[in-house]
Design a protein around this ligand. Sequence first.
Ligand SMILES: [Zn+2]
Length: 353
Amino acid sequence: MVAATTAVAVATSAGAFVDKFPLTGAYTTYAVHADGTPDYVTDSAASGTGWATGVKTVNGRISETPGTDKAVPTLLEPAKKNGYATGNVTTAELTDATPAVLDSHVTDRSCQGPADMAKCPTDTLAAGGPGSIAEQSVNHKVDVLLGGGKQRFDQKVTDGRYKGLTVTEQAQKLGYQVVTDKAGCVTSDPNRPAATPSLADSATKAIQLLEAKQKAKHSTQGFFLQIEGASIDKQDHAADPCGQIGETAAFDRAVKVARAYAAKHPDTLVVTTADHGHTSQIVPLEATPPGLSSTLVTNEGQQLKVNYSTNTPGQSQEHTGTQVRIAAQAYRVLGVTNQTDLSTTIREALRLR
Ligand SMILES: [Zn+2]
């Protein structure tokens, strides 16, 4: 079986399992302007498009070209055509930029549900377009979609074959089983009181479902799965170091799941990376930098000062244009590469034609 499990985090992290990959490199994440010139600080839409399609685009755009706004095939599309089961797991909304880049093509990342199409006039069903991100994700028949964003899928489809139904009802017509909490999805984990599954729970369930799908089809192909720890980024925007570290640890536990699977299935490629740099910096205790600083006590009993100063305090802190880490058991990640090279790495691993 050939399977690729791709994990994307939105901040570099130093957890135990993400540090155990044999090969590590750095990559550049810049976006482009409409004319193709570099835009040095990317958002998650342009950066996800970079590795999902191999083409750089403008900030805010989902798997479409920068100037001409034309759809570009994503990794998930040929993976499906080549017989792989496919999955998309996130702690954000399923219609947020990073999951969206694999299963949709829209002018602007805000076009998440049928009622959210203001910035995507040519993508609406009425205009002959493919519809919102929510509609496209179910139309792509991604085998496993696990994440948030129920309210996007509760919106009513405004045109075409499914007019008047909610996107959730559309999904059910297309054969999806819809679950709305952990009880419907994952059965065993007494340590988490909330009805929300952890990222590691979702990763475990997604892998089980994808394997079962291929087994039922007697397929020898594996699966392609993206797992996103989305809230590392969101906590970094909020200048919350404890939230950021907790989300990173949760992501690391999902990486543990993927690595354990790969250990038993050696033809699995696991890639872990970030989609862009972020604001947080470890600074000397005696420093008095501008912006917001928090001093934490680490589990070694030492003080650690974290500073956020890429925007005015009180404003959302900003991404940065730094290179980020990529790690895998693939020599192609070594050295300094470009984010778009990851697209080639996965295409080659899956032998996509
Ligand atoms: Zn962000």
